[in-house]
Design a protein around this ligand. Structure first.
Ligand code: CP
Length: 309
């Protein structure tokens, strides 16, 4: 495949190849080998029209660890603020010889459009409320490292599904990998077409928790919502927040995940986010390895050898 735009485009074999490659890269990095020569001479452009901490930095780290040249582009401070279109921005980057463009954009579908304008590979780093496939891959990688195979595993995704590209990509990828996903959310924070998603729906978090192997909390995306349709912070936390009492309902090996950034005290209590069963920091570290695997496979890097630099 040339692009990674949607988790829906990944077959089970594609997804397993990425996760297995990430495993191999993790093993190389555990041998204290910080940098591989595989993408030497290639250029990766990070094209970010929306804010990001984890995704932007981890794509940069991933490309650099594979020895690619990296160009970071942020819409703020660029000619986008003078009205330059996505197409003209893309053609400018193309002229500079981008082999891969990693794009985050507020408009769902922007990476798909971009793929029609550039010759290199396009990687979706989050588009509107549509998809964030590398987040789903790093989440699956994290679950697999902790729990083994995802076949038959029960994953509960909780919160603002309506605005969450992370939820959609996770539901698609996890179902491809054989996990059983349940979404728990207020009815007003579920997409209208959620019945067509490959998952179950519940409105009762306390009933679902004891059966879950993983509980993934989503950020409440206030910046994307009309305040009139949103419950108060207190009401939301009481019904859908993960606090110490709710964590006590989980079985001993169950994981707590969050893609970040978190609203501590709202969808997740600080003590839960910082507890041993939380994988939140591990997810960030795994993000670098998983994105290395994606760039390596899309750009057809040379064999993974593990060469000290
Ligand atoms: N999880 C995630 O996409 O975080 P950033 O918005 O900081 O990249």
């Amino acid at each position: 495949k040339r692009h990674l735009i949607s988790a829906a485009d990944l077959s089970r074999d594609d997804a397993l190849l990425i996760l297995d490659t990430a495993d191999e890269l993790a093993k190389i990095s555990e041998r204290s080998i910080k940098k591989l020569p595989t993408l030497r001479g290639r250029t990766v452009v990070n094209l970010f029209f929306e804010d990001s901490t984890r995704t932007r930095i981890s794509f940069e780290a991933a490309a650099k660890r594979l020895s690619a040249d990296v160009i970071n582009f942020s819409a703020k401070g660029s000619s986008v603020s003078k009205g330059e279109s996505l197409k003209d921005t893309a053609l400018t980057l193309q002229a500079m010889g981008a082999d891969a463009v990693v794009i985050r954009h507020g408009a769902s579908g922007a990476p798909h459009r971009l793929a029609g304008w550039v010759r290199g590979s396009v990687v979706n780093a989050g588009d509107g409320t549509h998809e964030h496939p590398t987040q789903a891959l790093l989440d699956a990688f994290t679950m697999r490292r902790r729990l083994g195979s995802l076949d038959g595993r029960k994953v509960t995704v909780v919160g603002d599904v309506l605005h969450s590209r992370v939820a959609r990509s996770n539901v698609l990828l996890l179902s491809t990998l054989g996990a059983e996903v349940t979404l728990v959310a207020p009815p007003t924070l579920l997409p209208v077409n959620v019945d067509s998603w490959p998952c179950e729906i519940s409105y009762d978090l306390d009933a679902v928790l004891p059966k879950s192997d993983v509980v993934m909390m989503l950020r409440v995306q206030r910046e994307r919502m009309n305040a009139a349709f949103f419950p108060t912070e207190r009401e939301y936390s009481r019904r859908y927040g993960l606090d110490r009492d709710r964590v006590a309902k989980l079985h001993d090996d169950a994981l707590v995940m969050h893609p970040g950034p978190m609203n501590r005290g709202m969808e997740i209590a600080a003590e839960v986010a910082d507890s041993p069963r939380s994988t939140i920091v591990e997810q960030v570290a795994n993000g670098v390895t998983t994105r290395m695997a994606v760039l390596y496979l899309l750009l057809g890097g040379a064999n993974l050898g593990g060469e000290d630099q």
